[in-house]
Design a protein. Sequence first.
Length: 78
Amino acid sequence: MVRIVEKRFDRVGKRRGKLTSRSMTSAQGKRVQGARVDAQSESFGEDLLASFARSVDRARRENKLLFGHRDRVDGDDV
């Protein structure tokens, strides 16, 4: 016997957070993009992790341009 269930396909459960970004001026006078994280949202942890991951990626790209490698570890400290 086959059981037929009629159900809506709405998205139920945790909503994925959305980081909002805006332009601002840094202390050096440069225009930079900044991410806003809402501390009261249900997805605060995910948003904070995404923001941190973006910062790490940006720092690694800058290190690659400046020093030729992504991390500034010489190998002497290891």
